[in-house]
Design a protein around this ligand. Sequence first.
Ligand code: ADP
Ligand code: MG
Length: 362
Amino acid sequence: MANLKLTDVEKTYGGAVNVLNHIDLDIKTGELIVFVGPSGCGKSTLLRMIAGLEKITSGTLEIDGQVVNDVPPSQRGIAMVFQSYALYPHMTVRENMSFALKIAKKPQDEIDASVERAAKMLQLDEYLDRLPKALSGGQRQRVAIGRSIVRDPKVYLFDEPLSNLDAALRVATRIEIAQLKEKMPDSTMIYVTHDQVEAMTLATRIVVLANKGIAQVGSPLELYERPNSEFVAQFIGSPAMNLLPGEVVGTGPQTTVRMQRGGTAVSDYPTKDSDMGLKVNVGVRPEDMVETTGDAIFEGKVDFIEALGEVTLLYFEKQDNQAAVIGKLAGIHTDVRGKSVRLAAAPAKVHLFANGVSLLYR
Ligand code: ADP
Ligand code: MG
């Protein structure tokens, strides 16, 4: 059980390299918060400050109402699981998982009970007497997680714990982490990943970090359905949202945009009379594009396709030096390559941005 609160947290390395500014974040007991953001944006730094492995330059970190800026890591009730699992190779799974409790001089029966409980939770009971080298990568990562569970921490921190695993193991271990969270509803977890699917499936809320700060915080679906900026819109979802330039020609509860390359878009984003003539970027996710014979947001020649089985990705010929538009159609459509296709989207799926900011968040 733990609530975490960061207030105006800043990090500057060595008095010169400013990495994070004005970080305000309220995390409640039982949440699984996922940090995402481009490489080097400060995800690990933020996690390490929460763990106490890195000093907070200014601002405060509170755990359950107590400022812990100067509390050493071992006394914060926090456990951290890293990308590399760093198990002791000469120790069995049981010994690896017991180690911290032995050091803390816990009674043996208590240690045994904690290890058995964690091993059961992680389905490691059969492997307790094996050495790490006799385990798969996924099992080793589970032992690393088990080592933190036995200490019964208030907060779990994970820094890209699955990134060293191959694709199939990643999926299996991701599901195990989700199930583990369900078994420990009162634990608070913070999880760093650059994997979209991990973020979308695990998080109660996602924190998008960029430009030394928080770009947006929200549930996975809030970020997907109502991104506050072009940055978040293009960061969440894969392939990224298409952005196409246009000009507002009709305002009200629905907005009509004349597309620069021809065609019209209608969006459920509301606008005011004073928005007439506003230059906007119309955002449409590839999966929201549908073929039409009527009014289109976009018409282009399909340059290339990728048939993934469940869906086909359509890459359109680039125009005016802009990023290639991508469409995603359900099923297999190998016949559309080289053809000209007209695409529209339902008004509820058409996002509008001006100067990089969503019109919903002005
Ligand atoms: P992420 O985990 O999001 O990829 P990091 O938190 O590791 O990013 O790093 C954020 C920035 O801080 C990077 O520009 C990195 O070079 C810098 N940085 C990280 N650790 C140190 C350090 N000990 N000294 C100086 N700069 C650092
Ligand atoms: Mg990192």
